[in-house]
Design a protein around this ligand. Sequence first.
Ligand SMILES: C[S@@+](CC[C@H](N)C(=O)[O-])C[C@H]1O[C@@H](n2cnc3c(N)ncnc32)[C@H](O)[C@@H]1O
Length: 276
Amino acid sequence: MNQPDLPPLRDVINRHGLFATKALGQNFLFDEQLLDRIAAIPGKLKGQDVLEVGPGPGGLTRALLRAGANVTAIEMDKRCLPALAELSEAFPGQLTVIEGDATKIDPATLFAGAYHIVANLPYNVGTALFTGWLSGENWPPQWASLTLMFQLEVAQRIIATPADPSAFGRLAVLAQWRSAAKLAMKVHRSAFTPPPKVMSAIVHVTPADMPQGVSARMLERVTEAAFGQRRKMLRQSLKGLPGALAALERLGIDPQRRAETLNVEEFVAIARELTA
Ligand SMILES: C[S@@+](CC[C@H](N)C(=O)[O-])C[C@H]1O[C@@H](n2cnc3c(N)ncnc32)[C@H](O)[C@@H]1O
């Protein structure tokens, strides 16, 4: 496919005066090879719908458009809109830009069918968006995959198992009980302008089967209680959740264990026992 000639991203930034703003979590990526590798993580995107949160000057957006995706991008920073309009012109009919706050827009209202979410997320809202996309009783979700940049430490919490007790917690259970979550790529801090203080990583998540007979809300209540007091034994941390101690007994789970020693399946089993 013929690709349009695009100016280097640094020129775009300079021409539009897009100096990075810390309050908006702006750390831009300029390395187009790296951006193409990120856009390849979800698999073939030709003709597929993609939601991008926070396109900024459009580095990742270009890569997604080059891969043939139809991109809907939500950006809060008005200053970026002229640069994104140029991209729209370069890839006719492939890019729709919505000016707004992604935390206030339900992606389901933007797409008729399945879509992928790909984003170099603003760190200040990344975890909230991620947990929102993974929550709710309806499963499978309308999104077909999530490909998201996080601080490395957050990425490690998402993919953690009880073998890594300091990282394993609510985020891991939420990301793994009905999805497959993997660390797709580590990204060095020097790849960003300006470089953030910490390293980053891209997590790739695809929906899996939802275990039968378990309410998502109940699982959240169990993990909230258990990890809310993670140093305490379950018999203490789950005491306030009606029926939880009896459920542990029925399941043969030792109430003297601590939350971080339970695997995802055990959390699911407890929530199932408590789901009416
Ligand atoms: C880490 S930068 C990534 C920029 C670009 N995608 C890249 O990879 O170079 C995050 C972007 O998200 C935007 N942003 C921050 N909060 C947002 C929100 N609540 N809704 C939509 N965009 C937001 C910022 O303005 C910024 O452009």
